[in-house]
Design a protein around this ligand. Structure first.
Ligand SMILES: Cc1cc2nc3c(=O)[nH]c(=O)nc-3n(C[C@H](O)[C@H](O)[C@H](O)COP(=O)(O)OP(=O)(O)OC[C@H]3O[C@@H](n4cnc5c(N)ncnc54)[C@H](O)[C@@H]3O)c2cc1C
Length: 399
């Protein structure tokens, strides 16, 4: 049952996690006072297209998040939550307003890490997180220009593919020995790297920038790159300052339990900013995926409405589009054994990660059929042997 003392509900951040929380609240029958606020002036939008479809078509209507189920919520845009008073249950905003809350939901997401060494580079230097970033990139991505991308993570590589397809030269600088090192098993990293090389990307693995001189990047092997613009894609840090300053337990992310509850009574955290137990690895991590923002946001609202709601334990998954590749991953990208289903060289396959008999993760390329099933199978132990996993025409039959 809803307790009146929890009202009003204030959600800070109207990205996917904040919107998912608020929509699930309304859907679950909450008719009380609900405020959503964001420091972005834009109407709420989805971020995944910013490195893919939006860069190509520039269509902002197609990326809008659906606010229609927020029935009567107060939406404040272009205003920042600056101070959180836990004892008085008040929030001070950048325009001077002080708003009371009974429950506060921190859905403040994350922001890109920046490279100080590029401050005086003399060429346009960007990160990619917001619609404004993507708008600037659309102007910069022109045939014949050279993009230097620092960091070969998932979002950066999507941008590299989009830029390459638009006729840009692309050089990717990555300090690790492989691409997508955090999200992909090595077999997938190698495959994706090969696809970028085939597309003409100049991939410099295991290299870092030593210095930048007059618009040129000098690498640690002495080679020089003179890009027209630079994009830094070296990961994100959480927007947990508001919580940290108020004394809520944080460590680059706000610690939450399986109901989205933080260490402060009445304060929840959802989405990229939340640090939670990973259902497969057991590690306490931030899960920076669309699926987590959507599912964990909605689950926290259901728990808020009904205290009998089970703890959130959905296995996170992601997708990425690069050239003609639809990459999908679920669970964790490392096990003690990998089983390959399909033909890697033919570009349609699944890589299954096992810890003993337990399927701990799977990564698929152009193989939505297997992925749909693997999403449901991950996290459990099975009797089937590796040969059966590799060759069974239908995974349902062996699970
Ligand atoms: C370019 C890009 C491509 C992506 N592609 C994929 C993909 O293909 N697949 C996938 O699974 N995931 C993808 N992701 C990740 C996914 O989009 C994120 O995990 C998800 O958007 C996180 O949602 P969120 O609501 O937690 O945070 P956010 O979307 O970051 O929203 C948080 C909002 O809170 C605002 N805010 C912060 N602090 C304050 C404050 N003090 N006061 C007011 N407002 C504040 C922020 O400005 C922001 O608008 C991508 C992300 C990006 C950036």
């Amino acid at each position: 049952m809803i307790s009146v003392s929890k009202e009003p509900v204030v959600v800070v951040g109207n990205g996917l996690a904040g919107i998912s929380f608020a929509c699930a609240l309304r859907q679950g029958g909450y008719t009380g006072e609900l405020t959503l606020l964001s420091d972005e002036a834009e109407a709420p939008y989805d971020r995944p297209p910013l490195s893919k479809a939006y860069l190509k078509d520039g269509d902002t209507q197609r990326i809008r998040l659906d606010e229609s189920r927020l029935n009567g919520a107060r939406l404040l845009r272009g205003v920042r939550a600056e101070m959180l008073d836990l004892d008085g249950r008040k929030l001070t905003l950048s325009d001077g307003q002080v708003i009371p809350w009974g429950t506060l939901v921190l859905a403040t997401g994350a922001r890109p890490r920046e490279l100080r060494s590029l401050e005086a580079f003399g060429k346009p230097t960007l990160t990619l997180r917001t619609l404004d970033d993507a708008r600037r990139l659309r102007e910069l991505i022109q045939p014949g220009r050279l993009l230097l991308l620092i960091g070969a993570g998932v979002i950066g590589l999507e941008l590299a593919a989009t830029a390459r397809e638009a006729g840009c030269g692309v050089t990717v600088l990555e300090s690790q020995a492989r691409v997508m090192g955090r999200t992909a098993p090595p077999t997938l990293s190698d495959y994706v790297a090969g696809r970028h090389l085939r597309a003409g990307v100049d991939l410099r693995l295991g290299r870092v920038m030593a210095e930048c001189v007059e618009g040129e990047a000098v690498l640690d092997d002495g080679s020089r790159i003179a890009p027209d613009f630079v994009v830094v894609g070296i990961g994100v840090r959480s927007n947990d300052e508001l919580a940290r300053a108020a004394g809520i337990r944080c460590d680059d992310g706000i610690f939450v339990d399986g109901h989205g509850r933080t260490s402060a009574p009445g304060v929840l955290a959802v989405g990229d900013v939340a640090r939670q137990v990973h259902p497969i690895s057991g590690e306490v991590v931030r899960i920076e995926t669309w699926s987590n923002a959507q599912m964990q946001g909605a689950a926290a609202a259901r728990s808020w409405l009904n205290s009998d709601t089970p703890s959130f334990a959905e296995t996170p998954w992601y997708w990425s589009d690069q050239y003609d590749l639809r990459i999908q991953g679920v669970g964790i990208p490392r096990g003690e054994r990998e089983v390959v289903r399909g033909d890697v060289s033919a570009g349609k396959f699944a890589l299954l990660q096992f810890q003993g008999r337990k399927l701990v993760g799977a990564s698929c390329v152009n193989n939505g059929k297997d992925f749909g099933l693997l999403r449901k199978l991950v996290g459990l132990e099975y009797e089937a042997n590796d040969q059966q996993w590799a060759s069974a025409p239908d995974l349902r039959k062996i699970a």
